[in-house]
Design a protein around this ligand. Structure first.
Ligand code: KG4
Ligand code: ZN
Length: 330
């Protein structure tokens, strides 16, 4: 089955063609314009999607070496995400579905991220634990089977990606903050500055990053700009280490609680090399760890197309009354 995937939930306009589980193309346009605002501006994101979507979809079809007539179905993100941004992708998919007379299906962006960790890892055994770490979400899921998920823990305030993004902003670094902090951490001393590894007394499986963010704020307030610049590598390395440790501590608790030893990681923060390194070092002795290939950690449409293919193969599709749901959960 040839599926066109479309993703426009935040600041990536993306399209992909998959055929029987194989990714034939994966086109992503990242909206650089948000860098100068230090974060995503929703109205600008919608306008950018509108400008880019036709060429991104064309690019994905061209790179797949197939023609538009060979597409059997369309999968499109309908939530969670920014309302105006989601509308662009969803309405585009509806129009294409009508004009080509093929079915389309709305896909939950989080489910897409979750299954991205299975790309190249098709032999994963259920049940497994998925740690979903993106810019908007930090959640631990028990994945019983395709479509059957139990939420084990989630963040009570910021997501891990947000902790990176907001931290970078405080340090005067660019958006998105994750890759920036990772880059500046190289060669930095990881324990030069002591940041808390937050403990949530109510639940060992929930996350909280606000205390960590506040301690970075206090550190910055007690340093001059010159001192921050001179110590930027050590600050970033120490801050990154605290975020990574927080994620790993919770993951360990989830494994102990469920006795499940197969884990998959997905979402933008899964691209972090220190996180991958530490996870492999601390966990690989007694558990199987699955990561998406780097390009499928951050937002992309291949993960949407792959999830859509499974559903369309089961004759599940959406009708034209489907609306975007900005706060859609898994
Ligand atoms: O999954 P994603 O592309 O979009 C959402 O669905 O939110 O995740 C974006 C988040 C941003 O917060 C970004 O700073 C973070 O993922 N991120 C990273 C890295 N690459 C992206 N965080 C840490 N290290 C990275 N290498
Ligand atoms: Zn995402």
């Amino acid at each position: 089955m040839v599926i066109l995937g479309i993703e426009s939930s935040c600041d990536e306009t993306a399209a992909s063609i998959v055929n029987n589980g194989k990714i034939l193309s994966n086109s992503v346009y990242t909206q650089k314009i948000h860098k100068k605002y230090g974060g995503v501006v929703p109205e600008i994101a919608s306008r950018e999607h509108e400008i880019q979507i036709v060429s991104v979809v064309r690019d994905a079809i061209e790179k797949s070496k197939l023609t538009i007539k060979q597409i059997d179905g369309i999968a499109v993100t309908y939530g969670p995400g920014l309302m105006g941004a989601l509308l662009v992708g969803l309405n585009f998919a509806k129009g294409l579905s009508l004009s080509l007379d093929i079915p389309y299906i709305g896909i939950n962006h989080l489910e897409g991220h979750l299954y991205a960790s299975l790309i190249d890892n098709k032999n994963i055994k259920y049940p497994f634990i998925n740690l979903l770490v993106s810019g908007g979400h930090t959640q631990i899921w028990q994945v019983n089977n395709f479509g059957s998920y139990d939420l084990l823990g989630s963040t009570v305030d910021d997501a891990a990606g947000e902790a990176f993004d907001k931290g970078a902003r405080m340090l005067g670094l660019n958006y998105p903050g994750g890759p920036e902090i990772e880059r500046y951490s190289i060669g930095g001393i990881k324990d030069k500055y002591i940041f808390p590894r937050p403990i949530n007394k109510k639940s060992k499986l929930d996350f909280s990053f606000s205390g960590l963010k506040t301690s970075l704020l206090y550190l910055c307030q007690n340093m001059t700009n010159k001192e921050i610049d001179e110590n930027i590598n050590d600050i970033c390395a120490s801050y990154q280490e605290a975020i990574v440790d927080t994620l790993l501590i919770r993951l360990k608790h989830a494994m102990v609680k469920t006795k499940i030893k197969t884990i998959s990681i997905s979402g933008g923060v899964a691209a972090n090399k220190r996180f991958r390194e530490k996870l492999n070092k601390d966990f690989s002795n007694d558990s199987a760890i699955f990561f998406p290939p780097m390009e499928y950690c951050t937002d992309n449409a291949a993960m949407i197309a792959l999830t859509g293919e499974v559903l369309l193969n089961k004759d599940e599709y959406s009708d034209f009354s489907l609306k975007p749901i900005p706060n859609l959960s898994l």
